[in-house]
Design a protein around this ligand. Structure first.
Ligand SMILES: Nc1ncnc2c1ncn2[C@@H]1O[C@H](COP(=O)(O)OP(=O)(O)OP(=O)(O)O)[C@@H](O)[C@H]1O
Length: 365
């Protein structure tokens, strides 16, 4: 699967533009703020119905315009699939595949799998556990069409249980049987998600370690551990034990919404003890493992988007990474860099052909 063409109208800093892409490595070069990352984001949008960087859809519309449109022509097993997205200000976004509009955007997720590696990914390491759960959920939902629905159900059940806890605190009326009913609903959806996350981590971990070792040639030891309250105890038992505490807190203090991933370098927490280059290498290995996982589950290659990838990596790791991703295991690649010379020489050194697009103030040559 690869993206043959993309057309943009009023998307971020692009007024109008279109590109014919290469099935191999596409590089976007240009100055800071030129619009390189915006092009990657347009590809992300077509694949996952949203921006990678900004959750507010209306902010993707070019300043001063009242709509944006994106169209991508994908090649899937030799046949063309056209994906189009448009958004008018103050209206619902429309998403079409081969001219047919989706009723549920979730039905599109996973058809054109994609992995983005960006400097913003550092939030997975330094921010709270929500970022890490978002990472796991993003990977699983691209391979499991029921997963997003299950998450929605869990979150709805969680909101209901929290509302009940609040009303118990406010009214002083506590009905243990009613709470047990809410618990049961939460347990059903929670256990399903837990099983999926645990199974995912089992497959994912060895692939992550393989990529990390390869990228860093064993320079340091890293760890990635899935942490969930449900690993130690049955969810319904956990909820019963927490009932008293939850009534005081007026919210549910245990469940898969507390899951986390623990990252370590040489036995110490990555967030505090990892250098910037080690953190970046860790994130790259995480994303390449995501790529391998998606490829294995889908049976075809996802798109790989590399934003500002050379920053903070030493020459050895940069070269190794480019060798890895240009190798046959990876399909179509999009990569941004401010320096045309740097990217040309890196790819020339490993003997890989590169199609370069020069980006300048929202136009592409
Ligand atoms: N809705 C919008 N309307 C107009 N311009 C926008 C919009 N959203 C973002 N931009 C502009 O897009 C530009 C940023 O583009 P982008 O992030 O693609 O740059 P870049 O080429 O990747 O730069 P860098 O090398 O600094 O990472 C900024 O100038 C920003 O103001």
């Amino acid at each position: 699967m690869w993206l043959k063409k993309i057309a943009l109208i009023n998307f971020k800093n692009y007024e109008e533009g279109g590109l014919d892409l290469s099935p191999a490595v596409n590089a976007f070069t240009g100055d800071n703020g030129a619009g390189k990352t915006n092009l990657l984001d347009a590809v992300h949008y077509l694949s996952l119905c949203k921006s990678y960087f900004n959750p507010i859809d209306s902010q993707q519309i070019r300043n001063g315009a009242d709509f944006f449109m994106l169209q991508g022509t994908f090649d899937k097993d030799g046949s063309e699939e056209v994906v189009a997205c448009s958004l008018k200000r103050n209206q619902k976004k429309q998403f079409r595949r081969n001219k047919k509009e989706y009723q549920r955007l979730a039905d599109h997720i996973g058809l054109f799998p994609l992995v983005m590696i960006s400097p913003y990914d550092v939030s997975i390491i330094i921010e709270g556990s929500e970022e890490r759960r978002r990472f796991i959920d993003n990977v699983i939902s691209q391979t499991d069409i029921h997963y997003l629905d299950e998450l929605i159900t869990y979150n709805k059940n969680l909101t209901n249980r929290n509302a009940l806890l609040k009303s118990i605190a406010e009214t002083g009326r506590y009905d243990p049987e009613l709470l047990a009913i809410f618990d049961e609903q939460l347990v059903t959806s929670g256990k399903r998600i837990f099983e999926k996350r645990r199974n995912f981590m089992e497959t994912f971990l060895p692939v992550f370690h393989k990529h990390y070792r390869h990228l860093t040639e064993g320079a340091e030891e890293v760890d990635l551990i899935y942490d969930s309250p449900l690993l130690n105890e049955d969810f319904s038992v956990l909820l019963k034990k927490a009932a008293e505490r939850d009534r005081i807190l007026e919210r549910t203090s245990t469940g898969i919404h507390k899951d986390d991933l623990l990252f370590a370098v040489n036995g110490m927490p990555m967030k505090k003890f990892g250098s910037q280059g080690q953190q970046k290498s860790f994130l790259i290995a995480l994303k390449l493992a995501q790529y391998s996982f998606l490829q294995e589950r889908k049976g075809y290659k996802p798109l790989l988007l590399l934003d500002d990838i050379f920053d903070k990596l030493d020459d050895k790791r940069t070269r190794k990474l480019m060798e890895m991703v240009s190798h046959d295991d990876f399909g179509q690649i999009f990569i941004t860099d401010t320096s045309r010379e740097r990217i040309s020489s890196i790819f020339a050194a490993i003997g890989v052909e590169l199609t370069i697009f020069e980006v300048e103030k929202g136009t592409v040559k």
